[in-house]
Ligand binder design. Structure first.
Ligand SMILES: Cc1ncc(C[n+]2csc(CCOP(=O)(O)OP(=O)(O)O)c2C)c(N)n1
Ligand SMILES: [Mg+2]
Length: 516
């Protein structure tokens, strides 16, 4: 068997069954082998940033990695921003990057580049499969590394001659799955003592602590001790809605986060980092831990955070049924003018049970989290690394992972334009994604940041660099041009109708929401 087939059959054996691909000449044997290993589903993406963002969205939902197929250094580089977001989300991703044949490298052909340097900034594991007979073992190692815990981006470079050589053996059986590390009883006791001190305390949850069982245990702790229940600003996949205890996510602006943390004397980190300001601002703090506050780490990333929270709940004497789930409640269906508020109400009124929300709504999406707090239970995925252009690809990957669930993509207009090609993949694959484009025709957040950083604001040149009109983008035309049915909502009633039909009908759809 050749290296490509050994690689694919090893990946499939380890549970990696989807490949988000944008191939080139050096990947032709991998492409050809897809028909010999039909359990691997190849999904063509028309830009590498779509492939990498889709792989991230897929694994956030499936809990196991997809693979990408990328073309040498430039293809990997094109996918880098969304690999950065995946790294921040601790998503398991297996990156397969095709390379020139090993003997061809020394000729310095045009596509030759330093793949290792490009990969390093995002990859927790990196290897070049320089020998065909090692490819299967390399692939098994890559999957195990990607799975962690914690998850990471594992980049396997596949030279063309390793791929086509018939000297490969395989498949290689999957490596044993590593379990999350248990948290020592001493750590639990120390945190329990701090929470019982009577001083103001807060739990800050992130990563694996944001799924329902962990949230239930954390809520028991908070109800029993009076501690606040906080969540990281940009979670990878937060479970929420009616019946699940809700967390108060730390605000993006440091003043908001500081207000939430004011007076806290004990901050307990549970698979979360100590809070810092997203950017530096002249004269403002970077470190958001309040003065006089002690930071306790209950669980680090890769630890068994849900079990640690259960143990903590027992240690503080919380009753087993002592959690405070969010009550069911939905806003009224809005009518009249479109605004961030009526948009939020429309989503809150229609979001179906089991929905997956890919949130890159940015400023205009601000009120949607509040309006959906009591909606039927759903998953909420965000822009973990701040590198925009994730929403549409992440929604695409999520819909591949869970074809039976409705996916809502809340997509701000400026960020949409980075990876709009994801719509074509949604159409080709018939994916159940309802995209709502928040068309404020602006890089609105940057207009805010311009003032916040103290830059002298307001000249016409500066304004034009943050403005998306002239010409106006027609997201309906763009979507239809890629095979996705689209309409423009002129008022809140039309938006509600578009959402209802988008959720009910199979396949993708898009609704453009003009916002002043
Ligand atoms: C990869 C990347 N490039 C550029 C930026 C800088 N940036 C942050 S927000 C933003 C504009 C966002 O505009 P939009 O998506 O329309 O959201 P809005 O601010 O209008 O709500 C830009 C360009 C970034 N965060 N990531
Ligand atoms: Mg915008």
């Amino acid at each position: 068997m050749n290296g490509a087939r050994a690689l694919l059959s090893t990946l499939v054996g380890a549970g990696v069954e989807v490949c988000f691909a944008n191939p080139g000449t050096s990947e032709m044997h991998f492409v050809a082998a897809l028909d010999e290993v039909p359990a691997m589903r190849g999904v063509l993406c028309l830009f590498e940033g779509v492939a990498t963002g889709a792989a991230d969205g897929y694994a956030r939902v499936a809990g196991r990695p997809a693979t990408t197929l990328l073309h040498l250094g430039p293809g990997l580089g094109n996918g880098l921003a969304n690999l950065h977001n995946a790294r921040r989300a601790r998503t398991p991703v297996v990156n397969v990057v095709g390379d020139h044949a090993t003997y061809h490298t020394r000729y310095d052909a045009p596509l030759e580049s330093d793949i290792a340097s490009i990969a390093r900034s995002v990859s927790g594991w990196y290897r070049s499969a320089a020998r065909a007979d090692d490819v299967a073992g390399d692939a098994a190692d890559a999957v195990a590394a990607a799975m962690g815990p914690p998850g990471c981006v594992a980049t396997l470079v596949l030279p063309a001659d390793s791929s086509w050589s018939d000297s490969a053996t395989g498949p290689c059986p999957p490596r044993p799955v590593r379990r999350p590390a248990g948290v020592p009883a001493d750590t639990v006791d120390e945190v329990a003592k701090a929470l019982r001190s009577g001083e103001r305390s807060a739990l800050l949850l992130g990563g694996s602590a944001l799924r329902a069982p962990a949230l239930g245990a954390a809520s028991r702790v908070c109800v029993a001790t009076g501690a606040s229940l906080l969540g990281e600003t940009f979670p990878a996949n937060l479970e929420r809605g009616a019946g699940i205890p809700s967390v108060d996510r730390l605000g993006y602006f440091s003043e908001m986060a500081q207000a939430q943390l004011e007076g806290v004397r004990h901050l307990v980190l549970v698979d979360a980092k100590a809070p810092v300001s997203f950017f530096a601002y002249p004269g403002k703090a970077s470190d958001l831990v309040p003065p006089g506050c002690t930071v306790h780490t209950l669980a680090r990333s890769g630890d068994d955070a849900p079990a640690a929270l259960e143990a903590l709940a027992d240690a503080v004497g919380a009753p087993a049924d002592g959690a405070a789930p969010a009550p069911a409640s939905r806003p009224q269906r809005p009518s009249g003018a479109l605004s961030p508020e009526s948009l939020a109400a429309a989503i809150g009124a229609t979001l179906p049970e089991g929905a997956i929300v890919a949130d890159e709504g940015n400023t205009a999406g601000l009120f949607v989290t509040g309006a959906t707090a009591g909606a039927p239970r759903h998953d909420w995925m965000t822009l973990t690394g701040g590198a925009i252009g994730l929403g549409l690809p992440m929604a695409t990957g999520a819909a591949v992972a869970a074809p039976e669930r409705p996916v809502l993509c809340l997509q701000a207009d400026g960020s949409a334009m980075y990876t709009l090609q994801a719509l074509w993949t949604q159409a080709r694959q018939g994916l159940n994604v309802t995209t709502v484009v928040l068309a404020n025709r602006s890089y609105a957040i940057l207009n805010i940041e311009l003032h916040r950083v103290g830059a002298d604001a307001g000249g016409p040149q500066a304004r034009r660099l943050l403005d998306l009109s002239d010409p106006d983008l027609s997201f309906c035309d763009l979507a239809r041009g890629m095979g996705v049915p689209a309409r423009r909502a002129e008022n809140a009633e039309e938006l509600v109708a578009a959402l209802q039909s988008g959720f009910a009908e199979p396949g993708p759809s898009l609704v453009e929401v003009p916002l002043a």
